[in-house]
Structures are given as C-alpha cells and as structure tokens.
Design a protein around this ligand. Structure first.
Ligand code: CA
Length: 645
C-alpha cells in the first residue's frame, strides 16, 4: 500500500512537473500539457521553437470551476487516420493523420473533465469533453479560460469583433471590419469587443500561427478572441450578451456527456500550411445526408452594381440573359423582390430563367426579432412554421437556393437558427448562402447544402466606399492567408466595370486592373460565386476576359501556396480536375518582379492574363520551362492568371 502510494505520488509529480506531450506524426509540432499550481496549461512548439507560450486551459460551468484547483488524473493516447472526399472546399481528396492525447483532470469537488488534443503535421485541434457527473446530465458552460500567449516578437493580423447593435440597422456584429496588418503585440489596440476568428499571428522569424474554431453547431455558441490581457494572453471569449438586441444567452447549454467545439491552431515556419490547411474539415463530419446532389457553379447578381432599383422583373430578365450568355448556372435575386416583383411574377421569372438553363437563388432576411433591417422578405426564416411553408413554395416553383442575410450574432440561439435553416432547406432540396453573418466553422463539411458565407469586407464595400477601393488590392492579399483559409468566402467580386455604377462612368472609379479582378476569381474561393459582372461587360471589355470568366471553375481539387505575404502580395495555384490555375495579385506601389517556382506546370504551356506597364490587360500563350520556373511582372493594384492549356 505504502509502495503504491509513493508510486502514485511520483507519477503525479512527474506528470505535473514535466507534463504530458503529444507530437505530430512528423514530430515537428509538439504540445505539452501540464498543471501549474492547480491550473491546467499547454505550450506549443514547432521545430523546437516555442510558438505559443504556456497558456491557460479550462472551463467555468454552472456546476463547477475547471480552471483552478485542478489535478491531472491520467491520459489516453491514440492515433487518428481518416480519408475523406469533399466537393466544395479548397481540396477534394484529403488524408488526415494525427496523434491524439486525452488528458483527464479532476477539480476540487472531484468532478472530472477531459481535454483532447489532435496534433497533425501543421495543425492542432483540441476540445473539452465533459462527462455526466453522477445524476447531473446538463450544464451551462459560462466561460472558457482557453488562452493563447504569443512570444513577444509576434505581430498580429486581426479584425475587430464589431460592437453589438451598431452599424446599418443595428445588424452588427457581421464580421465586416477589415484586418489590420502586422500590429506589434504590445501595441495591439485595446478593443473591448475583442477580435473575430480567424486571427493570424506572425511569430517573429519563427513562423506563423492561424487561430480559429470548428464544429460549431446548434449545440454551442460561436466564440472569438478577447482583447489582449495585461499579461499578453488572448482568451476564447463567448458572445457579448448585448448581441441579438440583448436577448438570449452567452455561453452554451449542453447535455452531458457533451463536448465543446474544436479550437484550431495552424502552424508553419512559412505560410504554406496556413493557405493549405483543411483542419476546419478534418475533425468534423456531415450532420445529415444531402437530399439530392447539389451543383456548384457561377452566377450573376444585379444588386452589386444596379442596386435596389434593379429588383424588378425586367432588370432581372437582363441578368438572367447575362447568366445565359456566360453559360452560368445561377442568378441571385436580392432583397425587396417580395415587394417589387411579388410571388406570382417570381414564379414566372423562375420559369423564364429555367427556359434559359439558369436557376434562381432568392434573398431572405433572417429576422425577425433582433435588428432593424427593413428589407423583405422578413419573418420567413426565423420560425419553423413559416420557414417550411416558404421552402415548400421555393421547392415547388424550382428555386435552387437561398441567400439569408442580417443575422443577430454568435449566440447559441443564432447557431440553432443557422442549423435549422440549413437542415430544413436540405429537406426541400435548397442550397444556402449566408450574408451579414459569422465565419463558417466547418459548415462546408457538416451541412451538405451549405455553399458559403460572406463574413468579409466584401464587394459591396468596394462599391460604397472610396477607402475600400483604395485598399481593394491590399485586402485581397489577406484573404487566402486568413478568412478564406478557414472557410468558403462569398466576396461577390470580379468587377469589370471601370466605374462602379450602372452607367459605368463618372464616379467611383475602380483602381485595380482587369487582370487583378480576373485573378480574384481564383484567389477567392467559394463553391458558388456570384460575380459582379454587368450586361454591358459582354461588349465593353475584351472578349478574352469574358471567355475567361465563362470557363473559370468554382470548385477545386487542390490548393497550393506559391508566394506572397499578407497585405503585400499573393500567388496561389489551384487545380480543377487535371488543369492548374495560378493567380496572383500585387498590393504594393511598385511593379512586383517575381521568380515563381511552378512544378505543377513544368514544361507546359499556359495562357497568361496580365497587365502591361500602361495597365492594359493582355493575354498570351507562355511556355513554362522544364524546371517550372517563370519570371513575371505584376503591376501595382494589378494581378495575373496562368491557365494550363
Ligand atoms: Ca454584407
């Protein structure tokens, strides 16, 4: 007995002092978990360099505190290997291999809790697993201690969480503030609302860290990063109670046994693992089966240039004809169609579109009860009774999908609404696109009829604001590394109008080149893309640009980082079936001279779309040498595309 007790003491001492560790399969990424003075902590290193310093773990529930007074009990190790096919993200055939460590802890009241880490070569996903505590089979998770303390040389690429009930018709937060590049940790501005997921961190000369979360469904709230604490820690924060007009919860109500969403950390000594990560999808599974095969593709969208006035029958016919001329599958008919077109004429319009082989997406207001967004249709998506009636009608007249806008925030109530809309829509064979919304969190894989979300300072801001036109190229170079790295992003881009208005003259001059705009069709990834082309573009831009826009795919089998730095430039390659598309953009003020290494098209011919020194867009056939090397110049506010021939 005495011997056993000593052994146990020794075990606890070693366990607590040296911690439990788990390595990635290639042994470069390491997570060490320990208990410091009753507080569970973890530390992350990559190739021997500390990327996240000792940072807190733990939860506070209404059944007890699991952040202090904690004891390590034991651990369980496993390996995870999973191969899956996904049809609408940055890659299609994915092999996920990770080592798993589950640490079991006990709090001062002898209640148990576990933390499971899955560590793959460049990613960590971890979550809390809460058992039933005796007869207790439900709890409320009130807050989370999970934190991230970066080495002091780190700079941040963060976007503010918007203050609740602010902005247009009190619709914030809608994840529509831009990212600020390269802020030193010490001068990261105080922002009481914190920062949205994802957040990107440049850890001095040692590498990059991208933080986000995945697997958030109706059973939890979405979370974000707190502002940085005095001791330099960003913490996982739950929604501000003032969201949703102050109604509803923060935190999460869960049944026991239960789990939290996965907190994700993507790490590399360069940006390649950040651009190429699939961790958002690796640790989640489909929550239901697709009721039919959903088809992704391209669409037209009048609202972005012709605005509210175009929500009438005749203008929508013009955009259906544009979609048909471009051989696009879809048209998106935006807000106010209920008043200005009406259900009866919409039935005719959908039939007319079908006669042109074009299918219709229709806009809906998500609310409701939590903001003042006046656009209709309203009160159709927020109750199960109205939603099913409306979706039956949409199904019966042959609509393809919905764009649902103006959500109330990140509370669990809103996560339920997202899931209810998706799940009901699948019953009626409808796809769903979210705007005025949060970042998707694994939803491409979890919900088979989900196509993508806005959650970005999108093309509408470029249309509305001179400031956004001036920064259009800079923001474009953020997305493949940050927002679009963790989920489908509906930007609604590719303007070929020289002036961003219906008449294409006078005011709101576009500052980017045509080749830049063409490049964004590849740099920005979404399974269905509603492009900002207008009927006049069929005749007022060079025919080769329209031919390009007819054939660019929206789904990808592979995505590869080639070059770039967020805020400065970006070059990425994407493969669709056996054809590579390589796109780049330059946000700098000087001509960018690049020596690219493109093994995927070595010895092959590509069609090059680029700008000359006068910023006129041209195309030509280019031979890539046997070594896959290409020297290329990219104009300021310009871009390029190479399409394998
Ligand atoms: Ca928006």
């Amino acid at each position: 007995m005495k011997k056993y007790f000593l052994g146990l003491l020794l075990y606890l001492f070693i366990g607590n002092a040296f911690g439990q560790t788990v390595l990635s399969p290639d042994a470069n990424l390491k997570v060490a978990v320990s208990v410091n003075d009753g507080k569970p902590v973890y530390e992350v290193s990559y190739k021997g360099k500390v990327m996240i310093e000792k940072s807190p773990l733990g939860l506070v529930t209404n059944e007890g505190d699991f952040t202090t007074g904690m004891t390590f009990i034991d651990k369980h190790e496993a390996s995870v290997s999973k191969r899956y096919v996904q049809d609408k993200i940055k890659a299609s055939h994915i092999q996920y291999t990770a080592n798993e460590l589950t640490c079991n802890f006990e709090n001062a009241q002898k209640k148990k809790i576990s933390i499971t880490f899955q560590v793959s070569n460049n990613n960590i996903a971890f979550r809390y697993e809460i058992p039933a505590w005796g007869e207790r089979m439900a709890c409320v998770v009130e807050k989370e201690a999970t934190g991230y303390k970066f080495p002091s040389a780190t700079t941040t690429f963060l976007s503010d969480m918007m203050s609740p009930m602010t902005g247009f018709a009190r619709t914030a937060p809608s994840y529509e503030t831009g990212y600020q590049a390269e802020m030193p940790l010490k001068t990261t501005r105080p922002h009481p609302e914190g920062y949205i997921f994802p957040g990107l961190f440049h850890v001095g000369n040692d590498g990059w860290v991208l933080l986000s979360e995945t697997g958030v469904n109706s059973l939890y709230c979405a979370s974000h990063l707190s502002e940085i604490s005095a001791d330099g820690v960003f913490t996982v924060a739950y929604p501000n109670p003032k969201q949703n007009n102050g109604f509803g919860s923060t935190g999460a109500a869960i049944a026991l046994p239960g789990v939290t969403p996965w907190r994700t950390i993507t790490i590399g000594d360069n940006l390649k693992p950040i651009v190429e990560t699939t961790i958002q999808y690796d640790v989640v599974d489909p929550l239901y089966t697709a009721s039919k095969p959903y088809k992704y593709g391209k669409g037209t969208w009048s609202w972005i240039l012709w605005q509210d006035n175009s929500m009438n029958y005749d203008d929508q016919v013009k955009y259906i004809d544009l979609a048909a001329a471009l051989k696009y599958d879809y048209i998106l008919i935006d807000a106010l169609w209920d008043k200005n077109i009406g259900k009866e004429k919409m039935t005719q319009l959908v039939k007319y579109a079908a006669s042109k082989k074009v299918s219709v997406f229709l806009w809906y207001n998500s609310n409701g009860q939590y903001n003042d967004a006046p656009q209709g249709p309203r009160n159709k998506m927020n109750t199960s009774v109205e939603r099913k009636k409306e979706m039956k009608w949409l199904h019966d007249i042959g609509v393809a999908g919905l764009k649902v806008d103006f959500f109330g925030g990140d509370k669990q109530e809103t996560m339920r609404l997202y899931e209810d809309i998706l799940s009901d829509a699948n019953d009626y064979g409808l796809m769903v696109d979210f705007h005025g919304t949060t970042t998707p969190r694994g939803w491409e894989r979890m919900y088979p009829n989900y196509i993508g979300s806005e959650a970005v300072q999108a093309s509408e801001m470029v249309y509305f604001n001179q400031g956004n036109r001036q920064t259009e190229a800079m923001y474009a170079t953020f997305h493949p590394f940050i927002r679009n790295a963790v989920g489908n992003m509906e930007f609604g881009g590719v303007f070929l109008n020289k002036y961003l208005n219906k008449n294409n003259q006078g005011r709101s001059q576009r500052l980017t080149t045509d080749a830049f705009e063409l490049a964004t069709s590849i740099l920005f990834q979404n399974s269905v893309q509603f492009f900002a082309l207008a009927p006049n573009n069929l005749t007022d831009v060079p025919a080769f640009e329209i031919d390009y826009m007819k054939q660019v795919p929206t789904t990808w089998d592979e995505t590869v980082y080639i070059d770039g730095y967020p805020g400065k430039s970006v070059v990425i390659a994407r493969r669709h079936l056996d054809k590579w598309y390589i796109a780049g953009a330059n946000a700098g003020k000087e001509v960018l001279k690049l020596k690219l290494n493109l093994p995927m098209v070595a010895g092959k011919k590509v069609e090059q779309y680029n700008d000359d020194a006068a910023k006129a867009t041209f195309h030509k056939t280019t031979d890539i040498n046997k070594n896959g090397e290409l020297e290329i110049e990219v104009q300021p506010n310009g871009g390029f595309v190479l399409v394998q021939k």
